[in-house]
Design a protein. Structure first.
Length: 485
């Protein structure tokens, strides 16, 4: 099997770059139009007004809820104070009793209700709930906080499963959330609503992971290298999008095109400047692995030097109007990101199974020596794989910024790096389709686990699955057993 010349080799890369750009522009264009049009009058959560002076629209993460008295009447003008991590912000309930207070970063915060601002005759059912700690995670930008109001004497007979005592996220309607004492049926409905919400969030998160995980598995399949700098390739996509939109103020179309092109070039440069010379010198895989770890550290702290150590908000990124899917609520921008990821993943599957270079890539992955003997230019295939990996992972980083509310950190990719390797290992090393399946499983499991476990340890659940896979099925779901000896 013989590959064509360089121009022919560049055609699929150009085609996929153009297709990815068109998909991003079309789908994000719809999202921008929706966001600019604003939510319909009955859009529910989108109507929550923000009454504090700090501009909560500038924050990616927020706490919120609805306050009603025992007669289900909204409590207006009640002050809520959120503090923690060296930050403090406050807000008030609006005419419907709704409130929201923004915070700059995920973490643990103390939410305090100013009881002096409660109307006469209204008091907390449990005075201990005047100030409580809640946690908000990177994957869930809004955290619901509930307060129960009534006679303090009733707290002795109130079940411990009272909704106002939960600190988990909830997207159920506010009227249901504020019921002081939940029945078994209501608790069951609340659990199913939370399960559905987290499963949808997890599936979307898995799609973001899949884009980068496929890049990892393609590189491993063709070169045998586990690239621990893949997380920084994901961060590169978000950082480039941040610079082109927020720092340089480029038009959206130009910013997206420049970001995708830069990501593809970044992948190409990784191979041309570093990994191809290492291959020529026949450097061992262990040494190359150490090089990728060093490259990861270098790039990560370079990003920190460039963008700072905090969370940077990308201008022009809006969550858009909320869309209800059964009991779950998902923002427009997140659904658009998921749609783009699905289209790109379908395109990658077509590329690998139906195009000459895709088949050559699979041949090199199966047996590079035999592929070279049959006329395939292995180095060119590897160069294309690195370019595709940069493009896919960078696109994943761009979309991930929308998934987490339009924010980028210097270590965004590093935070989910081990989840990427867990997805690749679960699906089967070297299998692109296995990486997709593994990413979806890891994404869903990590999000659903927060129903029972603190959000801080949800990523540990994904790594626990990785350990189980290595113990009982080392080759992964779609991987093949290898003979040793």
């Amino acid at each position: 099997m013989k590959l064509a010349g360089p121009r022919t080799l560049l055609r699929p890369i150009t085609a996929w770059l153009g297709a990815a750009l068109v998909a991003v522009l079309l789908l994000f264009g719809v999202g921008i139009a929706t966001a600019q049009a604003g939510p319909p009058p009955d859009a529910g959560p989108a109507q929550i007004s923000i009454t504090d002076d700090d501009g909560d629209d500038d924050y990616v993460y927020s706490f919120g809820g609805t306050m009603r008295d025992e007669d289900r009447e909204p409590l207006v003008g009640v002050e809520i104070i959120v503090s923690g991590n060296g930050f403090e912000n406050s807000g008030e309930t609006d005419d419907s009793g709704a409130w929201r207070v923004g915070v700059p970063d995920p973490g643990t915060y103390t939410v305090t209700i100013n009881t002096d601002t409660l109307p006469d005759g209204v008091q907390l059912r449990d005075p201990a709930h005047e100030s409580r700690e809640f946690e908000i995670s990177a994957g869930s930008q809004q955290q619901s906080v509930l307060f129960g109001f009534g006679d303090p004497g009733e707290t002795q007979t109130t079940p411990t499963t009272e909704p106002s005592e939960t600190d988990s996220e909830s997207d159920a309607p506010a009227d249901d959330e504020e019921i002081p004492v939940a029945t078994e049926q209501q608790r069951g409905q609340g659990f199913m609503a939370g399960l559905t919400q987290r499963a949808i969030n997890g599936a979307i998160f898995g799609l973001m992971l899949a884009l980068a995980a496929i890049g990892i598995t393609l590189i491993f399949g063709t070169t045998g290298v586990n690239n621990f700098a893949q997380g920084e390739m994901l961060t590169f996509g978000g950082v480039m999008f941040y610079f082109t939109t927020t720092i340089w103020g480029w038009p959206f179309v130009v910013a997206v095109a420049a970001t995708l092109l830069a990501c593809a070039l970044f992948g190409w440069l990784n191979d041309a400047a570093l990994f191809k010379p290492l291959r020529k010198r026949r450097v061992g895989l262990v040494q190359v692995l150490i090089v990728t770890i060093g490259l990861s550290i270098l790039l990560r702290y370079l990003y920190q030097f460039i963008v700072g150590g905090g969370t940077n908000q990308i201008s022009g990124v809006s969550r858009g109007a909320p869309i209800t899917i059964g009991p779950a609520v998902v923002s427009t921008s997140v659904l658009i990101s998921a749609g783009i990821a699905i289209l790109v993943l379908i395109g990658v599957a077509f590329f690998l199974t139906q195009t000459r270079i895709g088949k050559a890539t699979r041949a090199v992955s199966d047996n590079s020596s035999l592929a070279a003997a049959s006329g395939i230019n292995v180095n060119r295939v590897i160069r294309i794989v690195w370019t595709m990996a940069g493009l896919l992972t960078g696109l994943g980083g761009l979309l991930y910024t929308y998934f987490i509310g339009g924010a980028i950190r210097w270590d965004t990719g590093f935070q989910i790096l081990l989840l990427l390797f867990a997805a690749v290992t679960l699906g089967g090393l070297g299998s692109a389709f296995g990486a997709l399946i593994g990413a979806l499983v890891i994404g869903i499991v990590t999000e659903v686990s927060t129903l029972w476990l603190p959000a801080d340890v949800r990523y540990a659940v994904g790594l626990f699955i990785l350990i189980l896979v290595l113990l009982f099925r080392p080759q992964g779901i779609l991987g093949r057993k290898e003979r040793i000896g």
